[in-house]
Write a new protein. Structure first.
Length: 153
């Protein structure tokens, strides 16, 4: 289950709406990658871990991530404006998920998807590293935290 959010998603959306597809396990013959590539929005619930690979998978798929979390600090939030390319939904709003997504205009969605495409390069692992890839983003984040670290405390 990977946390408390997925049970709430299953309770409200599993097998209840043809537009909001929430699965515990994909049926044989369904491709996770293909489903994400065909989706406008990809639900990314946080779990027990610090980070979820689902966010990067959504970004790689040109899918606007729908982040559902409790107190989750997004990666590279000191650099990236997550509000410009994701939808952030509180756990209490899970029952209203479809209404929230339908309330997003086509123009707003297109802008968000374009921004998803722009931030993709920040989540790519290159060997050797390239400017602005995930290696450089991590190094930048470490550097910023070092600058904000006060030894005299």
């Amino acid at each position: 289950m990977h946390g408390r959010i997925r049970p709430a998603l299953f309770q409200h959306w599993k097998e209840k709406d043809k537009d909001v597809l929430v699965y515990e396990r994909l049926s044989e013959g369904l491709s996770y990658d293909e489903m994400m590539k065909k989706s406008k929005y990809c639900i990314c619930p946080s779990g027990h871990e610090v980070a979820s690979p689902r966010i990067a998978e959504a970004i790689y798929s040109d899918c606007v991530p729908v982040l559902i979390s409790q107190h989750y600090v997004l990666p590279f939030s000191d650099v990236l404006s997550w509000d410009s390319f994701t939808i952030q939904v509180s756990v209490s709003e899970i029952p209203n998920l479809k209404k929230i997504l339908l309330g997003i205009s086509d123009d707003q969605y297109v802008r968000m998807q374009e921004r998803v495409k722009q931030v993709q390069r920040h989540f790519v692992v290159n060997d050797p590293p390239k400017r602005y890839d995930v290696f450089h983003m991590i190094i930048h984040s470490v550097w910023l935290r070092r600058l904000n670290f006060n030894i005299n405390k």
